[in-house]
Design a protein around this ligand. Sequence first.
Ligand code: ASP
Length: 299
Amino acid sequence: MVATFTKKGSSKIWALALHGGAGPMKGENYDRSEAHMAELLREGGRMLEKGCAAVDVVCEMVKELEACGLHVAGKGSAPNRDGDYELDAAVMDGETRQAGAVAALQGIRHPILAARAVMEHSPHVMLVGRGAHDFAREHKLKRVKSPENYYQPATRKQNKTGELAHGTVGAVALDADGLLGAATSTGGALNKQPGRVGDSPLVGAGLWADERVAVSCTGIGEYFIRTSAAVDVSARMKYARRSVDEAAQDTLDNISFLGGEGGMIALDCLGRLTTPFNTAGMKRGWIHANGDFKVATFG
Ligand code: ASP
C-alpha cells in the first residue's frame, strides 16, 4: 500500500511513520496500541513541524513505543528460553550515515537510547551483551532493576507452523530540512535461544537511512538478515531506479520467496511512504505535513 503525498498548505515537507511489528493475529484487539500510536504520531508531527531533526524524532518515538508495553520491545519484551530479557536496538542518521546499535542488552530500560549513545559517544557502531550494558550505565541510562516486575511480555500465540512469533517497533522520519532517520527496537523472536540476535539491530538488515530513503523492518529476522533487507530497498531505488513503493515490494517479494514473513515501513526523501507486509497485519501509522494521517493494524 502506498500513500502518495503532495505538498499543500505547509511550506515544509516532513513525514513520520511508525510500526509496532508484523505479528498481529486476527481476532485480537489492537485498539489500545492503535490509540497510543495515533497519539505518538501527533506528538512526532508536532516535533517535525517545529523543526526537530529526523534522528531525534525517531529516537523519541521508539523510546515511547518501548515504554508502552504494547509491543514486543522494551517493556513488552518476552524472556528468552533461559528466562533472561535480551533486547536489541539500532538508530541510523541518513545525513551522516552514522549509526549505533546494541544487541543482547540486559538490564537497560531503553535500548534505543543505548544505541544512540553508541552512535554519539563511541567510535563503534555496535556493542553487545555485558559491554553494551556497561557502556549504557557509564552514560547514565536508566536500569531495569527488577526484570520480573518491569517487563510485561506482550504475549502472542505461536503461529500455525510452530515458527517463532515476532513483534518489533520502528520509526522512520523525514524532517523539514529534507533529512531522513530510522530506528528499530525489539525484544526479538519469542522464546528465542539465548544469544540469538535478529535483524533489528543490524544496520542494513533491520534498518537503514541515507539521503534517499529510511527503512525499518519487522518479521522473522533471519530472512531480513539473509536478504540485507533494509539497504536492499535503497539499492533497488538507486541502481534499478525503482520507486520506494516498488523497491520495498521487490525486497519483500524476495523474502516471501525464501519463505520469510514480515514487513517494513519505508519513507523516501520526498515524503513518499510505503508499508508493505506479507503477514495477516502490521501495526503501523503515519502522519504527513500535508495532513495525511492513518493508523491501521490489518488491511
Ligand atoms: N525482526 C525481529 C527479530 O527477528 C522480530 C520482529 O520484527 O518482530 O528479532
